[in-house]
Design a protein around this ligand. Structure first.
Ligand SMILES: *[C@@H]1O[C@H](CO)[C@@H](O)[C@H](O)[C@H]1NC(C)=O
Length: 358
């Protein structure tokens, strides 16, 4: 058996401490966490202290020198990039050029022009086989709730209409509320959080969003603009739908609902036995409803897929290896393109905008 792949985590923010370290700890038998890097020594040390309980050998790295050490460590196979949205793409490309496999946090990039530049740069590194893997971590495509609902779509007949209603809870109690990079991000929380909801939508319906027409507004001035978006959209299969996102609502609700000729499928965020997750409900024409609760599993599944991919890629370098398509940079790019089109339409008072294709 091959030795577990060695990986590094770049970033030591809230998401690393509250999600990456615990989720990596759950699959600690599959990998070796070698480094945690941050811009400052202080913050990398705090994260390393937490990670040490599960990965006793993890080392602290910081600053330019620390990043160089990581790039030059020939034994290091993969890197998780969990940094400010504005900084991620440049650092990911730097690592990819050094031959490291990368899993980068969403959003794939801040805009479609940036995505085009990034893809050109990535494709110039080296062509398949042997191109390092570039994954974008958005987790929703790995949630069992959406994997299962994609299968259930076959039971609702012809797709007639889609509704995605997101009433979020991004208020001052949320640990990400004050995150400075999100406040300086074009599109604010709508783009940063919205990619998740678009990812789930695209996965469920199995058709791309072709065009949109949206109204945006800025009501809660403690949030960056816009904080509300109401968009109509048309899928490539001709089906119409609405996407509504209220960044901060006093009574949160998150649902995806697909109305078909023989039934309706609904996925709703919920809680059962103290666990957060999703209720997938299939309503059929005879008035029956079959519903199942799926606890969150996406971050764990996505990290497992990445570890599996980089190990396979390192074993099959010459013959080539097809990485998990759900976490490809292209999928992340397509989610950004949909939201960018909605935001652009909103800034033009609802004009019809075609979604950029990747
Ligand atoms: C923020 O939203 C959550 C969930 O709706 C709520 O429980 C909490 O009281 C809100 N906090 C503030 C400061 O409004």
């Amino acid at each position: 058996m091959a030795a577990p792949p060695q990986i590094a985590v770049l970033g030591a923010g809230i998401f690393v401490k509250s999600q990456y370290i615990p989720r990596l700890a759950e699959i600690a038998h599959l990998l070796s966490l070698k480094y945690i890097w941050s811009r400052t020594e202080e913050s990398s040390k705090v994260a390393v202290e937490i990670a040490k309980q599960h990965f006793p050998g993890v080392e602290c790295k910081w600053g330019d020198q620390g990043l160089n050490d990581i790039i030059q460590d020939a034994y290091l196979l993969g890197v998780a990039v969990v940094l400010a949205g504005q900084a991620q793409v440049d650092i990911s490309l730097k690592l990819l050029k050094a031959g490291k496999h990368v899993i980068q946090e969403k959003p794939a990039a801040a805009s479609t022009p940036k995505i085009e530049t990034a893809l050109a740069s990535y494709n110039s590194i080296c062509t398949k086989p042997g191109q390092p893997i570039w994954s974008v971590a958005e987790n929703y495509r790995f949630e069992l709730a959406f994997v299962e609902s994609k299968k259930l779509m076959a039971d609702i007949g012809d797709m007639m209409n889609v509704q995605v209603i997101i009433e979020g809870s991004m208020n001052s109690s949320n640990p990400y509320f004050s995150s400075s990079w999100r406040r300086n991000f074009e599109g604010g929380f709508i783009l940063d959080m919205g990619v998740h909801f678009i990812a789930a939508l695209r996965m469920m319906v199995g058709s791309e969003v072709a065009s949109v027409s949206a109204i945006t507004s800025h009501i809660d001035t403690t949030l960056p603009p816009p904080d509300i978006i109401s968009s109509n959209f048309k899928l490539e299969n001709g089906c119409s739908g609405v996407f509504v996102m209220v960044v901060s609502a006093s009574s949160p609700k998150i649902i995806w609902r697909v109305v078909g000729s023989k039934g309706t499928l609904q996925v709703e965020r919920g809680k059962k036995d103290g666990k957060h997750g999703y209720v997938v409900a299939l309503y059929s024409a005879d008035g029956q409803c079959k519903s199942t609760f799926y606890p969150f599993s996406g971050v764990n599944e996505e990290l497992k897929a990445f570890i599996h991919d980089i190990l396979q890629a390192s074993l099959k370098k010459e013959s080539g290896y097809e990485a998990e398509p759900r976490s490809s940079f292209l999928e992340g790019a397509r989610d950004v393109a949909v939201l960018e089109a909605m935001l652009e339409s909103g800034s033009m008072g609802g004009a019809l905008v075609h979604v950029k294709k990747f």
